[in-house]
Design a protein around this ligand. Structure first.
Ligand code: ADP
Length: 435
């Protein structure tokens, strides 16, 4: 199946890139042909213009003879064609020795450029405004004629390259337009190909999530039955079991409890993936909920003689889903108790904070535990991630608690992060927006 997909993708990729290559080569070839054609045509037009200018007198004489009319004036046409070449040979006093002047409309601007020539420049390209309000582009070059050390004259040659400039500009615009079209096509094809690659991945991910959701759901009921059955047997046994059987019973109860918690967590995450869980927001007392969590965790804290400091003097309300906030506080405080060494302290604090993005309720759970290595600060929120397996081995857990905590916070459009120093402790901070 995979090799079939691989072959199919290879064919599609080759076809698409081949088409791109052919189109690209085709356009470049057309560009070169068109550019050369325009340049050569322009040269021939210039030649035609020069011949027409040189033979103007002859043409007018001929026309007059044919019509038997009055002599025709020999004024030259208005500037109509670019490309002509002109020159001025100027002596050291600024007198023109010889000149082949451009068409009258261009004459004044060309002369001005030459008379204001900077001797340091040997060539220059310039634009000049014509009396007809058109703009012409000129390329000028100067060559000094010397005899020994003495300068005799300077030859200035100019060429009107307006048509070239225009065609160059046209080529640049065409190239830009073609590039945009290609970019757009590339983006479309990229999107299409990405879809081809990611669709099977997404489908397999969806199937995996669905499997976890279904399995957790199916496991939940028998596990609950198993757990309550063990508890019922425990109540009914009246010391009739041997110490060995009692031990086995206790172990079975603990393991079934762990399994039940794991399945519950998996089911919660599976439901968050499918968007099945909806928040039921209401205004409630955060202080009261925290006290409830602390009551549930008192046994675990007492067992390790951990002191939980919670200043409940200031009652604080929150507009959120109380069930989910209970779960969030439970995960964070439970972790702090779990990972702290005996006889230490865990602190729970609330306060209102204001920053550039708005007003928040800040919940901080701090402990003096082993801390979290810097490189794991992001990873601890990933599913099944546990810092250093050897350190976590003796501590119960599945690596799902903080993923659930992160989902709860993000579903409330809040933020969760950890400040921690190795062997000094950790501070889990939650920011929940105040509507
Ligand atoms: P777990 O079920 O393993 O506790 P969590 O998702 O709640 O899963 O936590 C992920 C990992 O982050 C834990 O395995 C632990 O290594 C680390 N961790 C979480 N809270 C603390 C804490 N208060 N102090 C030190 N490490 C912690």
């Amino acid at each position: 199946m995979i090799s079939k997909t691989h072959k199919k993708l290879t064919t599609v990729y080759t076809a698409v890139f081949g088409l791109f290559l052919i189109a690209f080569v085709g356009i470049v070839c057309l560009g070169i042909i068109w550019g050369t054609y325009v340049e050569r045509t322009e040269d021939v037009k210039v030649l035609a213009n020069e011949i027409a200018r040189e033979n103007r007198g002859l043409i007018l004489q001929h026309a007059q003879k044919e019509t038997n009319g009055p002599p025709l004036a020999t004024t030259e046409d208005d500037y109509d064609i670019s490309g002509q070449v002109f020159f001025y040979i100027v002596d050291t006093k600024g007198q023109i020795i010889k000149a082949d002047q451009p068409v009258p409309v261009l004459r004044e601007s060309a002369y001005f450029q030459i008379m204001n020539w900077n001797p340091l420049e040997s060539t220059k390209i310039t634009t000049v405004k014509l009396p007809t309000n058109k703009t012409a582009v000129l390329i000028l070059a100067a060559h000094q004629v010397q005899r020994g050390e003495n300068l005799l004259a300077t030859v200035y040659v100019g060429r009107d390259v307006t048509a070239y400039a225009r065609s160059l500009l046209r080529s640049v615009f065409t190239l830009m337009a073609v590039s945009f079209i290609f970019l757009f096509l590339a983006a479309m094809i990229g999107y299409f190909l990405a879809g081809k690659v990611t669709t099977p991945m997404e489908e397999s991910m969806k199937r995996k999530k669905q499997f976890i959701a279904d399995a957790s759901h199916e496991l939940r009921t028998p596990l609950s039955v198993l757990f309550t059955s063990i508890e019922a047997v425990e109540m009914d046994m009246d010391n009739r079991l041997s110490p060995f059987s009692m031990q086995i019973m206790n172990d079975a109860k603990e393991e079934s409890f762990r399994l039940k918690k794991l399945v519950d967590d998996l089911l919660t995450l599976a439901r968050t993936d499918t968007g099945e869980i909806e928040l039921k927001k209401e205004v409630f007392s955060l202080t009261l909920i925290t006290k409830q969590v602390l009551r549930s965790l008192r046994f675990a804290a007492d067992e390790k003689e951990i002191k939980i400091l919670f200043d409940a003097a200031d009652s604080m309300d929150l507009n959120a889903d109380p069930e989910r906030i209970y779960q969030l506080l439970f995960i964070l405080i439970d972790n702090s108790i779990k990972y702290s060494s005996p006889n230490s302290e865990v602190r729970v604090q609330f306060k209102k904070v204001q920053n550039t993005t708005g007003c928040y309720t800040q919940i901080a759970v701090t402990d003096d535990g082993p801390g979290i290595p810097f490189e794991c600060k992001e990873q601890i929120f990933q599913r099944f991630f546990r810092v250093d397996a050897s350190r976590s081995r003796d501590i119960e857990g599945s690596g799902l608690g903080l993923s659930i905590a992160q989902w709860i916070v993000e579903a409330h459009e809040g933020e969760i992060y950890v400040n921690s120093e190795l062997n000094k402790g950790s501070e889990f901070v939650v920011l929940l927006p105040n509507p």
